[in-house]
Design a protein. Structure first.
Ligand SMILES: Cc1cc2nc3c(=O)[nH]c(=O)nc-3n(C[C@H](O)[C@H](O)[C@H](O)COP(=O)(O)OP(=O)(O)OC[C@H]3O[C@@H](n4cnc5c(N)ncnc54)[C@H](O)[C@@H]3O)c2cc1C
Ligand SMILES: *[C@@H]1O[C@H](CO)[C@@H](O)[C@H](O)[C@H]1NC(C)=O
Ligand SMILES: *[C@@H]1O[C@H](CO)[C@@H](O)[C@H](O)[C@H]1NC(C)=O
Ligand SMILES: *[C@@H]1O[C@H](CO)[C@@H](O)[C@H](O)[C@H]1NC(C)=O
Length: 498
């Protein structure tokens, strides 16, 4: 086996105890002894701030970690992972805590949560425009930080409280993604603590397989303590547009279906659509139906070249907004808040919800049948509060779909649309499941999938693996998991190998 010196020379910072043998293992009688002997900062169930730290974004699934680690250093993370492995405790990182399934709380009671909240560094290298970002940074602070340091931008979701750790390693879609790619596509390096406690700086040339796996399945392969992200020059101005129909499309199945079918034709029409445009449809149970998005171009170009084809044949929207914003103004608008800055500690926003997703292959799109079934289903109504978001991923010029699984361990590169069906509280579960079922059932010839960042805890592991990764990619990940984490230290109910 390699000596510590040679491991260091090849870029490893070896965790001292991994190879130290049984004498060291005997030294710690309990998990807490082990963590204390290495001065790892911890919170236990009787700590005064345990409840606040443990509370996930989705309060419907409030798991109780056996211990919460608050690492100040990479070494703290390495030590924590080694102790957990020694005592057979499962580990999950927490970044922003926005997992739909509360997987950052373990996805079960009794796991170790490594809460990266203390790791909030953001440092832009002005010569390479690569930013080094701590694993606990929330998206709003990331966006503000790279803007302040160099007027740079990245592609990611709109909610400023979401964390980099889950979002960037499991996709990451926003209305800049058709132009710049998914959040994940910007990762050029990752400092990762592996299951044996080793820290590696994984890049396309160093530990390329680990680098590949964390981009799609980080929850199963390690803890990313720092990300290296290639940024873009933020546009000086960007065009936001929104067409709002309110209830106007709900009165007629024909209008509802034909509106979507035209939007789908528009989305795949190369004479009007290129990478610079992204958009999504939002609808809910209380009468909203809107289509909004982003254009990397001027208001004038949008209004003269794009809008006419967009709205051709459609009922006239009650409200039309087409407006230019500066970069931070645009991000703030989408955030639906006064500022995209989030607190570094004590973040306290939550929801109680159940959500599902459907990825729709570009080859098939959504059929008239599926849209009709969708309409009939939502017309039946529910007392539960819900919304649906249908985002465009594919179409001409998409920078999401121009990659494949050789680039990263992320499968969803051929979707035209990604649907999210989101309901409030457990009372919405049957309705949301039913909505998914009618859409999928109306198009039996299509192989639909699901989106990793909208992780759905109601699937058993095998179904989740098939929907998120597909059989081929999953098999590759499962075999890698056996090599680098044979004891399944990094675990949640849908982890690779679970
Ligand atoms: C209000 C809201 C808005 C959203 N908006 C969007 C959107 O616009 N676009 C979109 O694509 N998605 C969106 N999402 C989904 C979001 O991308 C996912 O929930 C994402 O995984 C959350 O990341 P997190 O770090 O906050 O979550 P966490 O709960 O902290 O982590 C999620 C998973 O990733 C793992 N993980 C976290 N950090 C690390 C790390 N450093 N190393 C290894 N594994 C790690 C965790 O262990 C867990 O399994 C939204 C979610 C919510 C709740
Ligand atoms: C890790 O990799 C990134 C991306 O290539 C690089 O910028 C960074 O300097 C590396 N860090 C270390 C500590 O080697
Ligand atoms: C694509 O857009 C052009 C320009 O508006 C239009 O003439 C054409 O009919 C559209 N094609 C389809 C298939 O809708
Ligand atoms: C830790 O695991 C990695 C990945 O399997 C491996 O490359 C490395 O040699 C291991 N380190 C030690 C110290 O065993």
């Amino acid at each position: 086996m390699k000596s510590t010196v040679s491991l260091l020379a090849t870029g490893f910072l070896a965790a001292s105890l991994v190879s130290a043998g049984p004498a060291v293992e005997r030294a710690a009688a309990t998990l807490s002894d082990c963590l204390n002997s290495k001065s790892v900062p911890t919170r236990w169930i009787n700590s005064p701030d345990y409840a606040d730290l443990a509370e996930p974004f989705n309060t419907r699934l409030p798991y109780k970690p056996v211990v919460i680690v608050l690492p100040e250093t990479n070494q703290n993370v390495q030590d924590a992972v080694v102790c957990a492995a020694q005592f057979g405790v499962k580990v999950q990182a927490k970044s922003g805590g926005h997992s739909y399934a509360s997987f950052s709380s373990g996805g079960q009671d009794g796991s170790m949560m490594i809460d990266l909240q203390p790791m909030q560094n953001i440092k832009l290298d002005k010569s390479t425009n690569i930013v080094k970002v701590g694993g606990g940074v929330r998206l709003g602070n990331l966006a503000q930080g790279i803007w302040d340091q160099g007027q740079r931008g990245l592609s990611h979701g709109t909610c400023p409280g979401v964390g980099i750790g889950g979002h960037f390693t499991h996709g990451g879609y926003g209305h800049t993604s058709r132009n710049w790619g998914l959040a994940l596509d910007h990762i050029v390096g990752a400092e990762v603590v592996l299951a044996n406690g080793t820290l590696v700086n994984a890049t396309a040339s160093q530990y390329p397989t680990i680098f590949w796996a964390v981009r799609g399945a980080a929850d199963s392969f390690g803890i990313v303590t720092n990300f290296y992200l290639q940024t873009h020059e933020a546009p000086k101005a960007i065009t936001y547009f929104s067409f709002q129909w309110g209830t106007a499309l709900y009165g007629s199945k024909t209008k509802f279906v034909n509106t979507f079918l035209h939007v789908q034709d528009f989305a795949t029409n190369a004479s009007v659509v290129d990478s610079r445009i992204s958009f999504g449809i939002y609808l809910d149970g209380v009468g909203a139906y809107s289509l909004s998005g982003t254009f990397f171009g001027t208001v004038n170009e949008f209004n003269t070249k794009i809008k006419p084809e967009f709205l051709r044949t459609l009922p006239t929207p009650g409200t039309v907004i087409v407006k230019s914003y500066d970069w931070i103004g645009y991000l703030t608008l989408l955030s639906d808040k006064d500022t995209i800055k989030e607190p570094l500690t004590g973040y306290d926003e939550h929801d109680n919800f159940f959500a599902k997703s459907i990825t729709v292959p570009e080859r098939d799109g959504l059929s008239k049948n599926a849209l009709g079934a969708f309409y009939d289903y939502i017309k039946k109504g529910t007392s539960a509060s819900y919304f649906v978001i249908i985002n465009l991923y594919g179409g001409p010029g998409s920078q999401i779909n121009n990659k494949d699984t050789s680039f990263a361990a992320y499968n969803d590169r051929d979707s035209l649309w990604v649907l999210q069906n989101y309901g409030e509280t457990a009372a919405s579960i049957d309705f949301i499941n039913g909505l998914n079922d009618v859409i999928i059932g109306a198009q039996p010839y299509t192989q639909f999938g699901a989106y990793l960042n909208y992780v759905d805890p109601s699937y058993d592991a095998a179904t989740a693996h098939e929907l998120y990764y597909g059989a081929e990619l999953y098999a590759e990940l499962a075999s890698l998991k056996k090599q680098v984490d044979p004891k399944m230290v990094f675990w949640n109910p849908q982890a690779i190998g679970a």
